[in-house]
Write a protein that binds this ligand. Structure first.
Ligand SMILES: C[S@@+](CC[C@H](N)C(=O)[O-])C[C@H]1O[C@@H](n2cnc3c(N)ncnc32)[C@H](O)[C@@H]1O
Length: 196
């Protein structure tokens, strides 16, 4: 079963889960918090990525690399790689430490940059996980959907936890004739779009 988690990865996941849990109650400033997906969302992302067609896999919003570790499991199963984008240097430093500790540098490329300033360099995308600041969801959606291969997937976090901030993007996705889309009630709510 590809979701069997190797020991170094499991240890780093547990450390990040502890930090994330403490962040939420100890007054850590919002931008410093890890704000990562819960484990059930990570497992869901890995299953979806492993089921995607041929093409590049990307993640927008790495934080300390927790969701990336789940996606790295799918990379191992599919002999694939993923490129993950993080705009904040402090988070990028944490993510680099995560990927080293979990021994996934062979399948994960970390890019410290604004995804939107980098996107024109990307080719065909078959899987994208979008988990950044809410105000960039719309521009990221608009940039990714035209680059998705047929059958390719875009998954966006926070569809149920931040319905008001994400309403324009959610409304656009759910009525977009280029994709089939729905919101899955797992974790903070995942918008799943499949390119037609
Ligand atoms: C909710 S956190 C990501 C959590 C991570 N996906 C996880 O589950 O472990 C959002 C991250 O997106 C980053 N971010 C925001 N806007 C971005 C952009 N335009 N390009 C790349 N990263 C961005 C933030 O700095 C922050 O670390």
């Amino acid at each position: 079963m590809f979701l069997d988690i190797p020991a170094p990865m499991l240890q780093r996941m547990r450390e990040l889960e502890t930090t994330d849990r403490e962040d939420r109650v100890d007054g850590t400033a919002r931008l410093q918090r890890l704000r990562q997906v819960p484990p059930e969302t990570g497992r869901f992302l890995a299953l979806l990525a492993a089921s995607s067609p041929e093409g590049s896999w990307i993640e927008i919003g790495t934080s300390a690399g927790y969701s990336t570790l789940w996606l790295a499991l799918a990379c191992r199963a599919r002999h694939h790689t993923i490129t993950t984008f993080e705009i904040m240097t402090s988070k990028s430093v944490l993510a680099a430490a995560t990927f080293m500790a979990a021994d996934v540098n062979d399948v994960v490329t970390l890019v410290e940059d604004d995804f939107l300033s980098y996107v024109d360099r990307l080719g065909d995308i078959s899987f994208c996980f979008l988990d950044a600041e809410k105000e960039v969801y719309g521009p990221c959606y608009d940039a990714v959907i035209p680059r998705l291969v047929p059958g390719g997937l875009l998954v966006a976090d926070n569809a149920l936890s931040h319905p008001d901030e994400l309403k324009p993007m959610l409304d656009a996705a759910l009525s977009d004739s280029r994709v089939d889309a729905l919101v899955v009630p797992i974790g903070k709510g995942e918008l799943v779009c499949r390119k037609r």
